[in-house]
Design a protein. Structure first.
Length: 111
């Protein structure tokens, strides 16, 4: 495990070796009640059409964001002289869904 910290503009780190993982304990729980993930099985994909264009992300419990662009391959049909210099995807948390004191589901709206 690495502890990273800053002193002014300088960044430092301190490595904390973990030699015996049988001595460590981790427990992360998740409550999906009241969300569009309530009936979702592990490793099941939830299309954005069924989640009101929202996605959920929480480390340690298997909630990840998968983004696909079905029409991205069509851009190659524009010809060899077309160049894209920049593309940007912004994801912003829905106001009021990020808690700093307790682990929670963070709900995001994709635009």
């Amino acid at each position: 495990m690495r502890l990273t910290y800053r002193e002014g503009p300088d960044e430092f780190y301190y490595d904390l070796p973990i030699y015996n993982n049988t001595l460590q304990f981790n427990q992360i729980t998740l409550n999906r009640q009241g969300t569009s993930l309530q009936a979702l099985a592990f490793d099941e994909v939830l299309p954005s059409e069924l989640s009101n264009q929202e996605t959920y992300l929480m480390g340690g419990v298997g909630l990840a964001i998968k983004i696909t662009f079905p029409t991205l391959d069509k851009l190659t049909e524009l010809g060899p002289k077309v160049v894209f210099s920049h593309a940007e995807l912004r994801l912003e948390p829905v106001r009021g869904t990020i808690l700093t004191k307790h682990p929670c589901l963070a709900r995001w709206h994709c635009t």
